[in-house]
Design a protein around this ligand. Structure first.
Ligand code: FPP
Ligand code: K
Ligand code: ZN
Length: 481
């Protein structure tokens, strides 16, 4: 008999693997987790960890390990080696809660974020172009920790007034051109600061004109004049319009009017649909790779455009989205990665973790492993000296502190969307985000005690509920700009 060609061998092996993988999908949980059924799959290769390796899979389908080593597989293995000691032990020597998990180091994180609001040494010069972001991350983190930020009100107004551009919008630093990212961060920060002084420091008329200049003929928005068009742009624009109760109509000087556009919403729904990829997640713009941060922006847009149950089910393939979101949760890490074949990172606790409250307002509830995420955040993402991080071995920063804490909050709390859209606030355009309510603490499997619980966070705006409501209410009561 003639020897099989390499090609044939490979094809046969692939077919076997496919059959195995189909068989695994048909197994019940019990069959899947007993050692007997694992024995059936030993022939998949020697690299399958056994039960003795103490690895618990959260996904039903067994991962297929192979002998091929790549840069990606090595990076994943090195990351596991770094993280596992933190999940299995307590290398940081934190005091433990009743679940044997490090307690939330609240005071240390508060101190870290307050330092983040202060002056910086020369090593931080790159942050000088991200002033509104630094302010936002620190304030959002502090409020999630339950820390009162009213002492900072005037400083917030002064800092952000300095970077507001005379032609509308905010720049990253003094004298910088405006850009949607710092504009988004500045508006959320001023909403958190609260008071008519903070609200009135925003030039809403020039801002509306600025936002209008971002609208493109295909329905999306650029991040700046002549800048890249991506879904962050759409989300930043909708957050500003919704929170500040600005008109839905494009301003008369918006260049996209020449291409027939009349409102901020024109063709936006179909543009967002086109950002959902074959993987199920949402990408920066049509044709790009699905990524957690862009997925949050896309879902945030749909949650501003109307009740999530209507908008998400209409414009997205929800089963594909849910499958993609689920697969971003690492096992055994428990934290999330931002995209396929990449590494777990604490900031995705929010960018992916924060997608779940939005998704759960559109479909059935409890689709994710909240305790595994909480375990990653408390055990692996808290830095010994305060602040939270991407992963062990990385320095903490305000960005990762903010988004780890926001993710922890999403894991700990339930939210409810009022489908009837009752209530006094949120009657006009883009009013949907003002119909969310806290719905108590998550009472399923958890790894945190009462003292590890952080505050509720508005699922769309990622600031306190009261801050979002008060800001919109203020501008609903106001006539004109
Ligand atoms: C990849 O970085 C990450 C991105 C390309 C997206 C970053 C976008 C945000 C954080 C969203 C900003 C949101 C608003 C509202 C403006 P990477 O390749 O270093 O990380 P990865 O390996 O985890 O993908
Ligand atoms: K990353
Ligand atoms: Zn990160």
């Amino acid at each position: 008999m003639a020897a099989k060609s390499d090609d044939e061998v490979a094809r046969t092996r692939l077919e076997e693997l496919r059959l195995d993988s189909n068989r695994i999908q048909e197994l019940s949980d019990e069959e899947l987790y007993t050692s007997d059924s694992n024995a059936d799959y030993e022939d998949l290769g020697p690299a399958i960890p056994s039960e003795a390796d103490n690895i618990v899979y959260v996904n039903r389908m067994m991962p297929i390990f192979d002998d091929l080593q790549t840069e990606t597989s090595r990076a994943q293995q090195q990351t596991l080696d770094k993280i596992l000691p933190y999940l299995e032990g307590n290398p940081s020597n934190f005091p433990l809660n009743s679940f044997g998990i490090p307690k939330l180091q609240r005071e240390k994180h508060v101190k870290f974020l307050i330092q983040g609001l202060g002056d910086k040494p020369a090593a931080y010069t790159t942050l000088d172009a991200a002033r509104p972001w630094q302010v936002y991350w620190c304030l959002a983190g502090l409020t999630v920790l339950g820390h009162d930020i009213s002492d900072y009100q005037q400083k917030i107004i002064d800092t952000l007034t300095d970077v507001q551009h005379p032609e509308g919008g905010y720049g990253g630093g003094f004298g910088h051109l405006p850009h949607l990212a710092p504009t988004y961060a500045a508006i959320l920060s001023l909403a958190m600061a609260g008071s008519s002084a903070a609200y009135e420091s925003i030039n809403r008329r020039t801002l509306w004109h600025y936002l209008g200049r971002m609208k493109q003929a295909d329905g999306g928005f650029t991040m700046a004049v002549g800048g890249e068009e991506d879904i962050r742009g759409a989300f930043c624009v909708l957050v500003a319009l919704s929170l500040l109760n600005l008109p839905l109509d494009l301003p008369p000087d918006a260049p996209a009017r020449a291409q027939g556009m009349t409102t901020f919403l024109d063709k936006l729904d179909e543009w967002i649909s086109r950002c959902q990829t074959y993987e199920g997640g949402i990408s920066a713009s049509p044709g790009c790779e699905a990524h957690g941060a862009y997925t949050f922006c896309g879902l945030g847009c749909l949650a501003i455009m109307g009740p999530p149950r209507e908008t998400m089910n209409k414009y997205l393939d929800m089963p594909a989205l849910i499958r993609w979101l689920s697969y971003r949760q690492g096992a055994p890490e428990g934290g999330y990665a931002g995209r396929t074949n990449k590494l777990v990172d604490g900031c995705y606790s929010h960018w992916i973790g924060g997608c779940w409250p939005l998704v759960e307002a559109a479909v059935d509830k409890n689709l994710w492993n909240r305790s595994a995420l909480g375990r990653y955040i408390l055990s692996a993402a808290q830095d010994e000296k305060g602040g939270l991080r991407d992963k062990p071995g990385m320095r903490p920063d305000a960005y990762h502190t903010c988004y780890n804490l926001a993710g922890l909050s999403a894991a700990q709390h339930n939210y409810k969307f009022d489908e009837k859209m009752t209530g006094d606030v949120g009657k006009g355009s883009f009013g949907a985000p003002f119909h969310w309510k806290g719905d108590g603490l998550f009472e399923g499997d958890k790894v945190w005690d009462e003292e590890d619980v952080v505050e509720e966070v508005h699922p769309v705006f990622v600031i306190p509920f009261e801050a979002a409501m008060a800001c919109r209410e203020y501008f609903e009561a106001k006539d004109g700009f």
